[in-house]
Unconditional design. Structure first.
Length: 158
């Protein structure tokens, strides 16, 4: 079973749905306080192509919303909430962006490719982290064996 990969900055477990970036040799959230925000590209597509139609549905309220009807977090470019019940509708907006016919297919493909690249990055980071753990355990075992060998080889003083 793969280990849980955690954000370098906030130590939360990283999800394939989180907005992440490379942080040195590790992976981190773009915004640790809002790990699942829309990417800057997704936000631009929303503003340019989807301003005149519904972009999210709230299952709890059984209503759909245009982006100007959603509550955005103050100073946020990527988290949206239902006007009535305040549920996070960011994933609904993201799903809309991947299916919206007003967004050119080439751009939707870029969004999909970016999400796939994120998932591959997380998978590879997880694999490398797992491999590093194995190597650390092997080094610890080798050191313990070396110390035991040294102890056995010491002349005994009576």
């Amino acid at each position: 079973m793969p280990s849980e990969l955690k954000c370098r900055r906030c130590l939360q477990v990283l999800s394939p749905d989180d907005a992440v970036e490379s942080d040195g040799y590790r992976v981190a959230h773009v915004d640790c306080s809002r790990p699942r925000i829309l990417s800057p590209e997704e936000h631009v597509f929303l503003l340019v192509y989807c301003w005149d139609h519904g972009v999210a549905e709230c299952a709890a309220c059984a209503q759909s919303f245009r982006q100007q009807e959603l509550i955005a977090e103050p100073l946020s470019t990527g988290t949206y909430f239902c006007l009535h019940c305040r549920r996070d509708l960011t994933e609904s907006v993201r799903a809309h962006l991947l299916a919206c016919s007003t967004i050119p297919e080439q751009l939707r493909q870029r969004v999909r490719a970016a999400r796939e690249a994120t998932q591959k990055l997380l998978k590879r980071s997880r694999e490398l982290s797992d491999r590093a753990d194995v190597l650390r355990r092997e080094i610890e075992a080798a050191r313990a064996e070396l110390n035991a060998t040294r102890e056995r080889a010491r002349p005994k003083v009576h």
